[in-house]
Design a protein around this ligand. Structure first.
Ligand code: IPE
Ligand code: IPE
Ligand code: MG
Length: 252
């Protein structure tokens, strides 16, 4: 556990999701090519993952590439995929040593074959061992879009109805959630977006229903462990009422 008197260890969020935005602007401000922003951004990923583990978070979900990002110039998409491969290759050892389990959400089948190959290898190698809880589940959102995730879940459930596995009457929030890519993971408690835009950009629309939102002007390449701790400190100052009144919560 990180020695951090400013954080309450009893109120650490279980799951934090991050929209890692602002790489391109960070690079532009420095007259660098956009890809340099993405490259320096991978250093932020390493630092935030390390901090998440030290703080005993259960799950960290990082929005790395959206379904809409396929519309970017081919050279940028290619550069991002290369950075992803480099990141996975260089971090697998660290993940194994620190008991970090990799998962991913999104249309993995749309990624180029070499990226899929390394991704599935790292996921397999870092899969949780029976009886040993991972110190952190690192969940990468790749070619991820929330609307298509929801449609996919609806399709799978419809197919199960047709094949007689269950009836429409069995549908519940829990059953539906278990058919999303995030099935089995707790909902995010906190959503962080760097780069200052105040929007969700098709990220975890279902899962973020009751998340606390934290938007910072800091561009992703400048977002390091300290900034992450600041965001969690802000989260800890919030009162999560889930529809109840403040008085009700205080009486509990
Ligand atoms: C986020 O940074 C990374 C990805 C979307 C892959 P951007 O590349 O969107 O950076 P800005 O928003 O243009 O600054
Ligand atoms: C969201 O950022 C996607 C990721 C961070 C991977 P974008 O930069 O793609 O979002 P928009 O286009 O500004 O909404
Ligand atoms: Mg952006």
């Amino acid at each position: 556990m990180l020695e951090n008197p400013v954080l309450d260890p009893k109120r650490i969020p279980r799951h934090v999701a991050i929209i890692m935005d602002g790489n391109g602007r960070w690079a532009k401000q420095r007259n660098l090519p956009r890809i340099m922003g993405h490259k320096v951004g991978t250093e932020s990923v390493k630092d935030v993952v390390k901090t998440a583990r030290e703080l005993n978070l259960e799950v960290l979900t990082l929005y790395a590439f959206s379904t809409e990002n396929w519309k970017r110039p081919a050279i940028e998409v290619k550069g991002l995929m290369t950075l992803l491969k480099t990141y996975l290759k260089s971090e697998v050892q660290n993940m194994l040593e620190n008991n970090i389990s990799l998962r991913c959400i999104g249309e993995i089948e749309k990624l180029q074959p070499d990226v899929q190959k390394i991704l599935t290898r790292v996921i397999r190698e870092t899969a949780p061992k029976t009886k040993v809880k991972p110190s952190l589940t690192l969940n990468l959102a790749l070619s991820y879009g929330s609307r298509s995730e929801i449609v996919r879940a609806a399709r799978i459930m419809a197919e199960k109805c047709v094949s007689g596995q269950f009836d429409p009457e069995d549908f519940s929030e829990q059953l539906f959630a278990s058919h999303l890519y995030t099935g089995g993971l707790p909902d995010p408690d906190l959503l962080i977006r760097t780069g200052g835009e105040v929007r969700l950009s098709n990220f975890l629309l279902w899962q973020l229903s009751y998340a606390e939102l934290y938007i910072t002007e800091t561009m992703w390449p400048d977002f390091k462990g300290e900034r992450f701790i600041e965001a969690i400190r802000d989260y800890q100052s919030r009162e999560r009422r889930f529809g109840q009144t403040s008085e009700q919560l205080q009486a509990e």
